[in-house]
Design a protein around this ligand. Structure first.
Ligand code: AP5
Ligand code: ZN
Length: 215
């Protein structure tokens, strides 16, 4: 099965994607993670996108579609698209790529969260630089201060774009360019809203219900 996690910055897409990898054997394709990887490995493309990302703007469709195209094909039990597509052009490109592989998107999960909650989510977020586990100062702290619960690493990081200024731009980009996808997938008939404001386990349960309904 192939699913899309759709929602504004901080909605919990990455958090839910990590659970689905473990529980369902799906492969996570996060364009945000791919772009951060490109940055830290210092590739030409990474250098070009760094400033755009830090400002909170969207990277060009051409670059992200190229990244996704490279990763498709090695699917295991299927893909979780996390943070992609983010524009109508990306959605059309994904549909064409899936058709080429004789596959389809089985469900789009729309994670609904209000704006006030997003600010709190983003400003408390930190992640493990080693294994990628996502934490929050208040809602999901590490058990031992300064140490990742999953892998024990002390390399805990905050993202350069998780500041108030960039977050405003990220939200604006979301409303202008990404939120039209809600209507796009509604019309296609595979939009499934979940309450992203619920606790992490409860959101996971709602996501599981959607996946269990896929024939
Ligand atoms: P990306 O990395 O995709 O960032 P984003 O969409 O802004 O999403 P986030 O990673 O901020 O949030 P999330 O929904 O994954 O939430 P999380 O699980 O971490 O993109 C970054 C940048 O890359 C973009 O701005 C753009 O420049 C570029 N880019 C990426 N993809 C692109 C594309 N397709 N096209 C063009 N440009 C692209 O959770 C957030 C926090 O809340 C965490 O601390 C977590 O612990 C906590 N939390 C999660 N769930 C809950 C819950 N249910 N209750 C309480 N706390 C919770
Ligand atoms: Zn870790």
């Amino acid at each position: 099965i192939n699913i899309i996690l759709l929602g504004p910055p901080g909605a919990g897409k990455g958090t839910q994607a990590r659970r689905l990898i473990e529980e369902r054997g799906l492969v996570q394709l996060s364009t945000g993670d791919m772009l951060r990887e490109a940055r830290s490995s210092g590739t030409e493309m990474g250098k070009r996108v760094a400033e755009v990302m830090d400002r909170g703007e969207l990277v060009t469709d051409e670059i992200v579609i190229g990244l996704i195209r490279e990763k498709l094909g090695r699917g295991g039990k299927g893909f979780i698209f996390d943070g992609f597509p983010r524009t109508l052009a990306q959605a059309d490109a994904l549909q064409a790529l899936m058709a080429e592989m004789d596959q389809r998107i089985d469900a789009v999960i729309e994670m609904r969260v209000d704006d006030a909650a997003l600010v709190a989510r983003i400003s408390g977020r930190f992640t493990c630089g080693n294994c990628g586990e996502v934490y929050h100062d208040v809602t999901k702290p590490t058990k031992e201060p300064g140490k990742c619960d999953v892998c024990g690493s002390t390399d805990l990081r905050r993202r350069a774009d998780d500041n108030e200024e960039s977050l405003k731009t990220r939200l604006m980009e979301y409303y202008k360019k990404t939120s039209p996808l809600i209507g796009y997938y509604y019309v296609k008939g595979n939009l499934n809203p979940v309450d992203g404001l619920a606790e992490i386990d409860e959101v996971a349960a709602q996501v599981a219900k959607v996946l269990d309904r896929i024939p």
